[in-house]
Structure formats: structure tokens, C-alpha cells
Design a protein around this ligand. Structure first.
Ligand code: 13P
Ligand code: SF4
Length: 353
């Protein structure tokens, strides 16, 4: 047992320090400029036979544009699935690099563009493939399950890829077969999954710089000020925050909770970008940001992913105009990385039936 009461076995590895960029500052746009940019992007999407796939954490204007142009705004599981089902020959992925790579792995014949290839993720950065592979080699009798927030090379070293939307049923399934699991890279999500399933798991010690900043003491104080509010938490958050949640789930699960639950107020512990979709779907509800870092403190992210913030209308237009920022994954690597991703997608479609 660890000091926080979980049965976590953290891998005895030292992971690289991730350097977190500042939040990009984009020039203010007048209404006319915004309209002009959007019209140009719409024209170019048609010209290149492209479709825009955006994550819920990106700028609300990108999300709206994806919706308006027949693209999709989704969690990482649905983003992966959407690209495989849409006939467009160019997938334009507004999100972070692992999302573009997953699209490319699943659609090697399509062109995948991103507004900024430097938009990465602390989980991906903190899990270098060579170190992770050496770690896995020490436990040859374990099944390797990696979170989607990883590089193509790390996926290729795994048996299963999961997203937060499907981690619980997949680990339950593996545990029911008596499998011992190596989990990487998010220790908080891994710990949560282990608490819920009782699976035997060893963890790579990575974390998300955004969700790690939610603070449990500040949250319990905040809940006292808003006793009527339901607490919604993404499972990349620390255990002490998850324990205060009414709902723990993927970005889609949290949005569905705002729409379907009876409460009128919600305290939300995930990236603020998600408020855009929540406000659209449930304009009558009150959405409150869960506290990060405590009063007066400076925080690295303040519940805004700096890498997601690298996506804007401006660099989306440039990417489409110049065809730059294309994601490349070699055919050989894509073939290996595709196997564990496809396993997840097949499992997801079996669950639906
Ligand atoms: P979802 O799959 O829940 O959208 O999460 C992706 C992510 O990066 C959360 O930080
Ligand atoms: Fe990665 Fe966290 Fe940003 Fe999600 S919010 S992309 S896990 S750094």
C-alpha cells in the first residue's frame, strides 16, 4: 500500500523533466477578421478535400468551425474513430501531436495536417520510447497497456492502447483473464483504474501538468461554498481530487454529465476549453472552474493546456494554405502501432453492439 492508500507500484525509473511552454498569446481578432479567416479556411477545406477534427480543449472558435464544416469535436477516442470513417483525403487535426499521429497510424494513405507540430503533451514527453521499452522488458509476463497520449513508438511497444473513455472496461476485461498489466504513462489515471478494477498493475510515473494542478484542499473549501454543485473530474487528476467527484470520466463523459444530470451547477476539474461545448449544449447550467494551486499562487497551466493553446484560426489557415505541418509516420511503424489501437477500436465497437 502507498501512503495515499492505493496499491500502486510505481516504476523505479527517472523520467525526463518536461519543459512546459508558456501560453501562446494570439493577436485579438475583430469580428470581420475572424469571419474572413473562417471563410478562407472553409474554402481551403473544400479545395483540399479536408475535414477538421478538433479536441474539446482547443480554442472555441476552432471547435465551432469543426462543427460548422461537418468535422468533429470530440474526445481522443472519437477523434481517432472519426478519421477512419470520414471519406476526406486530408484530416486536419486541431489538438496535440499524439492525436495527429493516431490519425495517421489509422489512415496511413491520408494526409494528416496539424496547425502546430510542436503541440505535444507532458505525458507523451515524459515517456520516451527507449526508456519505456527497457522498462517493459523487465516484466515479460505483463500485458503492456498505454494511454493514447503517447508517441507512435510507445504505442508500437504496447499490446493495447486505451483512452480515458475506455480504460476501465478494457482493464476490467484484461483483469478477468488474469493478466498482469504494465500501465503507462499517466500514474493518476492508472491508479484510478486500479482502484476501480482491482487489477494487478505496475505504473510508469508520468502525469499531466494541467490536471495535476487541481488542489484537493482548495476544492473541498470551494465545494462548501457551492454545496448544490456536482463535481466533475477528469481521471488524470490526483486521487485526492478524484475522491471528491460525483462523476469521473473522459471529456465526453463530463460533457454528458452536465447535459443529463439534474443539478444546475457544476464544479469542473479539467481544461477550461471544455466549457465551450458545455455552454452550447446546456446554456442554462452554471459552470464553475475547480481551483488550481490555491489562492494567490502562480500555476504552470491554470487548467489550460499550453500545447492545446498552440492551435488557432491563424495557424490553421497557414497550414492549409502551405500544406505544412504534415504528420509522417513510416508505414512500418504505423503497421506496428496500429495493432493495439485497432484492438481498442474493435473493443469499443463490440461494447456498442
Ligand atoms: P479525453 O480522451 O478524455 O478527451 O482526454 C484527452 C486528454 O488529453 C485529456 O487531458
Ligand atoms: Fe496532455 Fe494534459 Fe494537455 Fe491532455 S491536458 S494534452 S494530458 S498535457
Amino acid at each position: 500500500m502507498t501512503s495515499d492508500g492505493s496499491r500502486a507500484t510505481l516504476a523505479p525509473v527517472s523520467i525526463p523533466t518536461v519543459s512546459v511552454p508558456g501560453h501562446p498569446v494570439w493577436p485579438q481578432l475583430s469580428n470581420e477578421e475572424e469571419l474572413h479567416l473562417k471563410e478562407n479556411i472553409k474554402d481551403l477545406l473544400i479545395q483540399v478535400n479536408g475535414v477538421l477534427v478538433a479536441h474539446y480543449y482547443t480554442d472555441g472558435r476552432l471547435q465551432d468551425l469543426a462543427d460548422e464544416t461537418g468535422g468533429c469535436v470530440a474526445d481522443s477516442l472519437e477523434m481517432a474513430r472519426f478519421g477512419t470513417e470520414h471519406p476526406a483525403s486530408t484530416l486536419v487535426v486541431a489538438g496535440v501531436k499524439f492525436m495527429g499521429e493516431t490519425s495517421k497510424i489509422l489512415n496511413n494513405e491520408k494526409r494528416v495536417l496539424m496547425p502546430d507540430l510542436a503541440a505535444t503533451c507532458s505525458l507523451d514527453e515524459g515517456c520516451p520510447a527507449d526508456q519505456f521499452s527497457r522498462f517493459c522488458d523487465q516484466y515479460p509476463d505483463h500485458t503492456v497497456v498505454v494511454y493514447a497520449n503517447t508517441s507512435a513508438e510507445v504505442k508500437a511497444r504496447s499490446d493495447w492502447v486505451v483512452t480515458s473513455g475506455i480504460a476501465l472496461p478494457i482493464i476490467k476485461h484484461l483483469a478477468s483473464q488474469g493478466k498482469k498489466i504494465i500501465w503507462g504513462p499517466d500514474k493518476h489515471l492508472g491508479n484510478y483504474v486500479q482502484r476501480e478494477t482491482g487489477a494487478e498493475m505496475i505504473f510508469w510515473p508520468g502525469s499531466c501538468v494541467v490536471h495535476e494542478e487541481f488542489r484537493s484542499v482548495a476544492l473541498s473549501r470551494f465545494r462548501k461554498l457551492h454545496p448544490e454543485a456536482a463535481v466533475l473530474v477528469h481521471p488524470e487528476s490526483p486521487q485526492s481530487v478524484i475522491e471528491q467527484a460525483d462523476v469521473v470520466g473522459s471529456t465526453t463523459a463530463l460533457i454528458n454529465a452536465v447535459v443529463s444530470r439534474d443539478e444546475h451547477s457544476f464544479i469542473i476539474a479539467t481544461d477550461k476549453g471544455i466549457f465551450n461545448k458545455m455552454r452550447k449544449l446546456a446554456p442554462e447550467k452554471t459552470l464553475l472552474e475547480a481551483p488550481t494551486e490555491g489562492e494567490g499562487a502562480t500555476c504552470q497551466s491554470c487548467a489550460r493546456c499550453p500545447w492545446m493553446g498552440m492551435n488557432s484560426l491563424q495557424n490553421l489557415l497557414t497550414t492549409l494554405q502551405e500544406g505544412t505541418n504534415e504528420i509522417h509516420v513510416s508505414r512500418e511503424l504505423a503497421e506496428r502501432a496500429r495493432i493495439p489501437i485497432q484492438r481498442m477500436l474493435d473493443f469499443a465497437s463490440q461494447m456498442k453492439n
